[in-house]
Design a protein around this ligand. Structure first.
Ligand SMILES: Cc1cc2nc3c(=O)[nH]c(=O)nc-3n(C[C@H](O)[C@H](O)[C@H](O)COP(=O)(O)OP(=O)(O)OC[C@H]3O[C@@H](n4cnc5c(N)ncnc54)[C@H](O)[C@@H]3O)c2cc1C
Length: 394
């Protein structure tokens, strides 16, 4: 008899498995329908011996000391500050838009003070900000919107920014300084030996058993357990009773090149001409030295694995209906980004899982409270600002 069956071996499921086993001496069975642990953060050495991220680049960043300290029990870190360039008008310019982006794009030599006025002169005032387009145009004007945002959004979401909630772009980062870091969080680092190794350590406990290639429905009748923790898609759990929750997916095209370096930045965004949105070169992220290099292209897709919840009001309403069903199931805990239909970064999911654990053990733990705060505070809070700007898509 297991105390818990945990569905999904990503951050949400693995953090809870670790806490329940290590801190509460519970017996846990964790299953995943994929052939590996670590969920979307899964990384592995490819045939050439280069460490790559199967589901696109995962860069760790957080403002939560508690989350960072917690994960530090399972990994050493490699300090890493992420940087992104965007290919616009035949040039590679820093993203998020900063002083250098503007100077390079317009052939100017403005100072930080002058660029503020310059951006203000481009901005088009808007009486009522309703859509994502309104948000951007009212801040940086139509030209930068067209160059950096419009086509990128259409590619990424299959929707025009004018069809997306204003909330999506309400925090578009535009910098008047030369700071070209992608994130500004206090902790920015990559697990020194990769994410999968970190997960292996997290799950390495005699009380934790792991079943891979296993949909929980195949075993939930066969294997005795007391409680279920579900980190898969919430609509699937309820057999799509109210219809499917819309997700945007990605197709990843991995390549290895017989050269030490492929591009001049870890990530280059392609907002306009190409069908893909960005190219990532993994060695920048991992620090690995190798005479070859591996890259990945990302092609947005309507169908495929669920990655990004589509931020539209009707989808939030649909999720609310599933949430009501979930709230009525006291025998199941719904945790993680698929079960809560929110695009959360990794640190936010760790915080969410630690908070959930705090609730389960009924202790008013300091770590749970802080972790909860971190869910709201992380400036990695993602959704579509990052996607729209292409500056903070992670
Ligand atoms: C392309 C991309 C890039 C990202 N980059 C970053 C980044 O740079 N930085 C960052 O902080 N965050 C990033 N994220 C977000 C990050 O991936 C998530 O925050 C994190 O993976 C969420 O963990 P999770 O456990 O909730 O979900 P997941 O990692 O998705 O894990 C859920 C698991 O449940 C399993 N599952 C589902 N249904 C079943 C079932 N019926 N039976 C058994 N198993 C099931 C799935 O196979 C999956 O492994 C990125 C996400 C994407 C899509």
């Amino acid at each position: 008899m297991f105390d818990y069956l945990i569905v999904g071996a990503g951050f949400a499921g693995s953090v809870l498995a670790e806490r329940l086993a290590n801190d509460s001496d519970k017996k846990v069975l964790i299953c995943d329908k994929r052939p590996h642990i670590a969920g979307n953060a899964y990384d592995f050495y490819n045939d050439e011996g280069i460490l790559i991220h199967k589901y696109g680049p995962h860069i760790f960043h957080t403002n939560s000391k508690d989350v960072f300290d917690y994960l530090s029990e399972f990994t050493e870190w490699r300090t890493y500050e992420h940087r992104v360039l965007a290919s616009v008008d035949g040039m590679l310019v820093p993203m998020p838009i900063n002083l250098d982006t503007i100077n390079k794009l317009y052939g100017l030599n403005l100072t930080a003070f002058e660029v503020e006025d310059f951006l203000a002169s481009l901005a088009e005032p808007c009486d009522q900000i309703k859509t994502s387009e309104d948000v951007v145009v009212s801040k940086v004007g139509r030209e930068l919107y067209e160059k950096f945002f419009r086509n990128y959004t259409r590619k990424q979401w299959g929707l025009d920014p004018s069809e997306l909630d204003a909330s999506v772009t309400s925090r578009v980062p535009t910098r008047t300084t030369r700071d070209d870091r992608y994130f500004t969080d206090s902790y920015q680092a990559m697990p020194k030996h990769g994410y999968t190794r970190m997960f292996e350590k997290m799950l390495d406990h005699p009380n934790i058993k792991i079943m891979l290639n296993c949909d929980y429905q195949e075993i939930s009748e066969e294997i005795p357990y007391r409680q279920l923790i579900y980190t898969g898609p919430i609509d699937a759990f309820f057999n799509y009773r109210y219809g499917k929750l819309p997700y945007r997916s990605l197709e990843f095209k991995h390549e290895t090149h017989d050269t030490e370096q492929f591009q001049s930045a870890p990530v280059v965004n392609y907002p306009n001409e190409q069908a893909f949105t960005r190219i990532t070169e993994f060695k920048y992220l991992t620090g690995q030295e190798h005479k070859k290099t591996s890259i990945v292209y990302e092609f947005p897709r309507a169908e495929g694995d669920p990655y990004y919840p589509v931020p539209r009001k009707e989808n939030a309403n649909l999720y609310a209906k599933y949430k009501t069903l979930a709230d009525a199931r006291s025998d199941v805990r719904f945790v993680g980004r698929l079960a809560t239909y929110r695009y959360y970064n990794m640190d936010q999911i760790v915080a969410q899982a630690l908070t959930e654990y705090g609730k389960m053990v009924g202790k008013k733990r300091q770590e749970a409270a802080v972790a909860k705060a971190a869910v709201g505070n992380s400036n990695g809070s993602n959704t579509s600002v990052q996607i729209l700007t292409n500056a903070r898509l992670s």
